[in-house]
Design a protein around this ligand. Structure first.
Ligand SMILES: Nc1nc2c(ncn2[C@@H]2O[C@H](COP(=O)(O)OP(=O)(O)OP(=O)(O)O)[C@@H](O)[C@H]2O)c(=O)[nH]1
Ligand SMILES: [Mg+2]
Length: 340
C-alpha cells in the first residue's frame, strides 16, 4: 500500500567517494531536516541550493553539506524533497541517515522514490521502467533509448493503442446495446481494419523488444571456424589489444574468451572460440562443445576460414545464413577456391 511516511536513503553507492547524496521525501521532510540543518528551511525558496552544517542529536557537527530543496509537487516524487550532498565517507553518510531516521524519517525501500513518483502521477509505469534502464545503461545507444522512453516516447505509443481499442470497444458496445437502432456510423469492415492495423503496430512494437535488449546488453558476436584460421588474431585486432594468445599451432585457443568493445555507441560482446575440428583430445573436445554452444547463443557469428583450407560445403551448409558472415582469411598467402 502507498505509504505517506517520509522516507530517506543514501542515493549514491555505499563506498568512499568525493561526495555522497542522501534523499528525503515526504510531507515531513522539511520539519525533519529543519531539526538538524543550520538554516531554517521554511524560509528558503524551492529549487535552491544551500551550504550549511548538519548536526547530530548532541548538536555536534556531522558535516558541512550542500542541501537542495525542492518543494512538492514540483519534485521527482511529487512530494517535498531534500537532497543532502555530504562528504563521501560512508561513516558520515550513514550517521546523517541514522539522524534523519531518529528524527522521524523511515528508511526507503529499494525503488521507493520512483514508486512515489509513479503514485503521484509524475511518471507512468513505462517511464518508471526507463529510470531503471537509464541507471543500468552501459553505452550511448542504450542511454539514448532509455532517455527517449523516460521522455514518454513509448508511453505515448501505448496510450495511442489504449485509446484506439477503447474507441473500438465503444462502437461494439453501442451495436450490442442498441441493435435495433441500426447505428451506421462505422462499418464492420472499417472496425476490422482498425483492429488489424492496431494489431500490426503492437506486433511491430513487441518485435522491437529484442532490439532494445541488444541495445542495453550489447550484441553477442561469436568468432568461430577451424583451428589456425586467424580467429584470435581478428579478436585482438577488434579489441586493439593482445587479449588472446595467437600462435601457428592449431588448437591454441582452448576456452571461449569474451570481451567487450564499443562501436559507434553500440556494445559488441566478442567471443573468441576454440577451433572446430575432429579430435580425441579431452580438453579440446570440451572447448569445441563450448564453441558450438557459443555459436547457438550468439546474435551473430563470424565464421573464419583459411583461403587455402575452406571447409567443405556440407560443413558450411550447417551455418545459419541469417546470422553468419563467412570470412576468408590469409588471402595474402593463398588463393581462395570458389565457394558453392
Ligand atoms: N599470413 C597470414 N597469417 C595470419 C593471418 N591471420 C592470422 N595469421 C596467423 O595465423 C596463425 C594462427 O592465428 P590465430 O589467430 O592463433 O588462429 P586461431 O583461429 O585463433 O587458431 P586456434 O586458436 O588454434 O583455433 C598465427 O600465426 C597468425 O599470426 C593472415 O591474415 N595472414
Ligand atoms: Mg585462437
Amino acid at each position: 500500500m502507498f505509504n505517506k511516511d517520509t522516507i530517506a536513503a543514501i542515493a549514491t553507492p555505499y563506498a568512499e567517494s568525493a561526495i555522497a547524496i542522501l534523499r528525503i521525501s515526504g510531507n515531513k521532510a522539511v520539519p525533519i531536516v529543519n531539526q538538524i540543518f543550520s538554516k531554517d528551511l521554511t524560509t528558503l525558496k524551492s529549487h535552491t541550493a544551500h551550504y550549511g552544517k548538519i548536526f547530530d542529536e548532541n548538536n555536534h557537527v556531522i558535516d558541512h553539506v550542500l542541501l537542495l530543496f525542492m518543494k512538492g509537487p514540483k519534485s521527482y516524487t511529487g512530494e517535498d524533497t531534500i537532497e543532502i550532498q555530504c562528504h563521501g565517507s560512508t561513516f558520515i553518510a550513514k550517521t546523517i541517515l541514522q539522524t534523519l531516521i531518529n528524527k522521524g524519517a523511515r528508511l526507503a525501500q529499494p525503488g521507493e522514490f520512483t514508486y512515489r513518483a509513479y503514485k503521484n502521477n509524475k511518471i507512468d509505469l513505462v517511464q518508471a521502467e526507463a529510470v531503471q534502464s537509464l541507471i543500468s545503461a552501459k553505452n550511448k545507444t542504450a542511454t539514448k533509448a532509455a532517455q527517449e522512453q523516460l521522455e514518454g516516447s513509448l508511453s505515448s505509443v501505448i496510450t495511442s493503442f489504449q485509446k484506439e481499442l477503447t474507441d473500438i470497444a465503444a462502437v461494439l458496445e453501442a451495436w450490442v446495446d442498441f441493435p435495433e437502432e441500426d447505428l451506421a456510423f462505422e462499418s464492420f469492415t472499417s472496425i476490422l481494419n482498425r483492429l488489424q492495423k492496431t494489431k500490426e503496430k503492437m506486433v511491430y512494437l513487441s518485435n522491437t523488444f529484442d532490439e532494445g535488449k541488444k541495445l542495453s546488453e550489447g550484441i553477442k558476436i561469436c568468432i568461430a571456424g577451424p583451428p589456425n584460421a586467424g580467429k584470435s588474431t581478428l579478436m585482438n585486432f577488434l579489441l586493439q589489444k593482445e587479449r588472446a594468445i595467437v600462435s601457428d599451432i592449431a588448437g591454441t585457443t582452448r576456452d571461449t574468451i569474451e570481451e567487450q568493445v564499443h562501436l559507434e555507441g553500440m556494445q559488441l560482446n566478442l567471443i573468441d572460440t576454440a577451433g572446430i575440428r575432429e579430435t580425441d583430445e579431452v580438453i579440446e573436445k570440451i572447448g569445441i562443445e563450448k564453441t558450438k554452444q557459443a555459436m547457438q547463443e550468439a546474435d551473430f557469428t563470424i565464421y573464419m576460414a583459411e583461403a587455402n583450407n575452406i571447409p567443405e560445403s556440407d560443413i558450411l551448409n550447417l551455418l545459419d545464413p541469417q546470422k553468419t558472415l563467412l570470412v576468408i582469411n590469409k588471402i595474402d598467402i593463398s588463393h581462395p577456391r570458389s565457394i558453392s
